[in-house]
Design a binder for this molecule. Sequence first.
Ligand code: NAI
Ligand code: X15
Length: 337
Amino acid sequence: MIQVAINGYGTIGKRVADAVREQPDMEVVGVAKTRPNFEAETALEKGFSLYAAIEERADQFAEAGLEIAGPVEDLVDEADVVVDATPSGIGAENKAMYEEYDTPALYQGGEDADLVDVSFNARSNFEDAVDADHVRVVSCNTTGLSRVLAPLREAYGVEKVRATLVRRGGDPGQTSRGPINDILPNPVTIPSHHGPDVETIFDDLDIDTLGMKVPATLMHMHSLNVTLSEEVDASEVRDLFADESRLFLIPERMDIDGSGKLKEYAMDAGRPRGDIWENCIWEESISTVGTDLYLFQGIHQESDVVPENVDAIRAVLGAADAEESIATTDETMGIGL
Ligand SMILES: NC(=O)C1=CN([C@@H]2O[C@H](COP(=O)(O)OP(=O)(O)OC[C@H]3O[C@@H](n4cnc5c(N)ncnc54)[C@H](O)[C@@H]3O)[C@@H](O)[C@H]2O)C=CC1
Ligand SMILES: O=C(OP(=O)(O)O)[C@H](O)COP(=O)(O)O
């Protein structure tokens, strides 16, 4: 069994911990937190061992009546692999600790690409991460773009990508984020950081991205234009996407007109936390004009990277190939709406 440590138990970390626990070949050694709060309490209630991420604050857990298994160093030492899901920039600070204990590490999209050996998306470049020591699971937006572009590149070739990313201001629990009554070009400079980030997955891709932020918490929305290398009928693209387990084609009959109903559907379908691990592509939006393909997709920022982290664990340890890992992750998590 692969022994997995989770350092940083917030939005991403707690979801990765639950997904890892579902895997037949993995066990969660424990999760590390900086301070006691509701997430620390639920981690213990779920049976995860809790480790103190910051030594000087370890006493706070005892004061809150929460049992600590030890310092984060013990957790990292015991594990075969650590998933770092700390806020942007903290992963870089933790790298020396992972190296000291010779534990391969996965980082999240908030870290710089040059921190790691490989930036990772399971569908696009699983093999590049095999046996790597430091791997970055790319951000929710880059994951969403890569999942669509990988099959298009393989089937038709891609000449140029233009994407506008309308991003949620913050996650539902992020009370300090905004905007609350505005629409921001963000970043105002073009291209946004997303295009170069997708190029860490496909180094020969021609992509321009524009970013915005809006007063919403539920999901991001991408407006995508891909110039293909050949003329393709929209129905062929729909068939191509229908074969991809992590692309959900929203059928017209479902009458889902936006992120609100998508999240409602996920909750009705019994998804944990209302998570949507798949890209949500409006089937009616898939259109072609000559070699240009257009579509809209919703991306659930809190959860689409979770199966990617599970696959990255197998990749760095050489525990499975891409097809086998993706199939196991999809089956255990229930991916495929
Ligand atoms: N929330 C999102 O929409 C997405 C976030 N990401 C990336 O995932 C990473 C984590 O983001 P979130 O989970 O959203 O952040 P978060 O703030 O929800 O969770 C981070 C957790 O790490 C803890 N932490 C802070 N310093 C720590 C330290 N030194 N050691 C251990 N734990 C520490 C925080 O207390 C918190 O519990 C970032 O790189 C972010 O860019 C990637 C995709 C989507
Ligand atoms: O939306 C995201 O990336 P982005 O803001 O770079 O597009 C990530 O999911 C996390 O970003 P955050 O740092 O705004 O939570």
